[in-house]
Write a protein that binds this ligand. Structure first.
Ligand code: OAD
Length: 244
């Protein structure tokens, strides 16, 4: 990756009045959380039955595959730390250079890094609800049930489901995310293959410049893509933060 790309990107950030960021699972791979479609991704490695774990119709029939995944994810959660890129985005927000982060991730690492304005379109594990009586459960309660390898049930016998978005459910914060995209003069697309809608549609609404940072080609085919940085994002952000 050339120093010229780093310089051009830092110039775009310095000129921008309203930078918005869209992130995907690629931002957390260096923290040890596999993505979905990368070489070690959940859909590639078949470590879990990925088509079943995030499908609401399947979950209602049999929540076991999801909770097997959730067990491993929650067991890992206390040990994982934000990456260079999470920290850089939080620092840039703190410096007034990033307005908001829209993420498809459910790992909470943007918040752990200190980002304040985070729209997690696919939800998170912080709250869960009973699907029968809607009673709310906090993360501590869910965690203790999941780590005992039991499928969490409410006292009313309903299944408890974390407030993460499954295929077949509506995403969260769509309208706010759309408004953010529509008002961005600079929009970063970081660590996402941009194939899952509606998050993948957000770049289409951006009137400003788009910067893609991903270690494999992302096909946006849009006239306003100003920079395509095909690199490990932490390598890139280390250089960028040194330059800014
Ligand atoms: P994907 O796994 O589809 O895309 C992640 C992208 O990040 C891939 O193109 C990787 O090559 C790239 N990548 C991985 N590590 C990287 C690194 N260190 N530096 C640069 N690039 C890197 O993940 P998403 O696009 O986030 O939804 O997937 C979208 C949705 O699909 C997920 O939120 C999830 C899934 O099904 C639901 O479960 C509802």
């Amino acid at each position: 990756m050339s120093n010229d790309l780093v310089a051009r990107c830092s110039e775009l950030i310095l000129q921008s009045k309203n930078t918005v960021v869209l992130t995907g699972a690629g931002i957390s791979t260096n923290a040890g959380i596999p993505d979905f479609r990368g070489p070690q991704g959940l859909y590639t490695s078949r470590l879990y039955d990925a088509e079943k774990i995030f499908d609401i119709a399947y979950f209602l029939k049999d929540p076991k595959p999801f909770y097997e995944f959730a067990h491993d994810f929650i067991a890992l959660e206390s040990t994982i730390k934000p990456t260079v890129t999470h920290n850089a985005l939080a620092a840039l927000e703190g410096a007034g250079k990033i307005h908001a982060v829209i993420t498809q991730n459910i790992d909470g690492l943007h918040q752990k890094a200190g980002s304040q304005k985070v729209l997690d379109m696919h939800g998170n594990f912080l709250k869960s609800h009973c699907l029968k009586c809607r009673k709310a459960f906090d993360y501590r309660e869910l965690k203790s049930m999941v780590l005992q390898h039991v499928i969490p049930h409410c006292s009313c016998r309903g299944i408890i489901k974390p407030d993460i978005v499954f295929f077949g459910e509506d995403v969260k914060y769509y309208h706010q995310s759309l408004e953010l995209a529509q008002s961005a003069d600079l929009f970063f697309v970081i660590g996402t293959s941009c194939v899952v809608y509606p998050a993948a549609s957000l770049p289409q609404f951006v009137p400003g410049k788009i910067v893609i940072i991903n270690n494999s080609k992302v096909e946006l085919n849009m006239y306003n893509v100003a920079l395509e940085i095909e690199s490990d994002m932490d390598v890139f952000f280390n250089k960028l933060m040194d330059t800014l």
